[in-house]
Design a binder for this molecule. Structure first.
Ligand code: NAP
Length: 229
């Protein structure tokens, strides 16, 4: 199909990553996606045999390297990398957050993004083409009580992405993207019963999927937000 894109998405099992993957797959694009839930990964793989889905924890640098090696072995190169996978801490004052939970947020939300970039960016650099979209948050640009670890991770993503944007050759882009506020499992964790006041992931993806595909080198380093959300 002309204009078909190859997209890497972390966190395709649920929420925004799943909705984006479904939207792009339905339009004829191909996805290399990962997540930790085996049933979701198996289901996606059986429905979309031309794409690749793998059970990979992005916090595990070796697992990401192995997965990327398998994806890239045939010489194909992604057009777009979407760093979507993330965790949020259970609402709590910072001094009450368990040490392991804080580490988990940092390992997935920051180091996971680094692991994906470290393994999938080199072939894109060789072609001097492609876009990296790192999911930030309203909480990457503002803060609230009880989500300090998550805020710290998303503010880090804004900085990491802007620095990366300064390193990329012309023709490429790194973009921190705030998706907006969407009813997912993550929103239920931090907003509780108020989460169902917000649009669902499929509704969001109808607008977000074409918006993200339109991003290019002219957006390099810009902190963006999906319009309307
Ligand atoms: N929903 C919102 O309103 C909102 C607002 C601002 C920003 N965001 C950002 O948007 C992105 C998606 O959020 P969401 O609301 O869709 O969250 P979600 O419903 O909790 O989904 C998170 C996804 O990430 C995957 N994931 C989590 N840890 C992973 C790991 N270690 N390795 C691989 N995959 C992992 C999960 O799958 P498994 O559990 O199967 O691994 C799942 O597919 C996140 O970056 C989030 O910070 C969301």
């Amino acid at each position: 199909m002309p204009g078909e894109k190859l997209v890497v998405i972390s966190g395709v099992s649920r929420g925004l990553g799943r909705a984006l993957a479904e939207a792009w797959l339905t339009q004829g694009h191909r996805v290399w996606g990962c997540g930790r839930s085996p049933e979701c990964i198996e289901e996606l793989q059986s429905r979309w045999p031309d794409s690749r889905f793998a059970m990979v924890d992005v916090a595990d640098s070796q697992a990401v390297a192995t997965w990327a090696g398998e994806c890239l072995a045939a010489g194909e190169c992604p057009d777009l990398v979407v760093n979507n996978a993330a965790l949020i801490n259970a609402n709590a004052f910072l001094w009450e957050v368990p040490v392991d939970e804080f580490s988990g947020v940092i390992d997935v939300n920051i180091k996971g993004v680094f692991h994906i970039i470290r393994n999938f960016l080199p072939p894109m650099l060789k072609r001097r083409q492609g876009v990296v979209v790192n999911f930030s948050s309203g909480w990457g640009r503002s803060t609230s009580a009880e989500v300090a670890p998550y805020c710290a991770s998303k503010w880090a993503i804004e900085g990491l992405t802007q620095a990366l944007a300064q390193e990329l050759p012309s023709g490429m882009a790194a973009i921190a993207l705030n998706p907006g506020i969407i009813h997912t499992g993550m929103l239920e964790s931090c907003f509780g019963g108020m989460a169902d006041r917000y649009p669902d992931a499929a509704t969001w993806a109808r607008r977000a999927a074409p918006f993200i595909l339109e991003l290019g080198s002219q957006h390099n380093g810009q902190p963006l937000t999906v319009p309307g959300f």
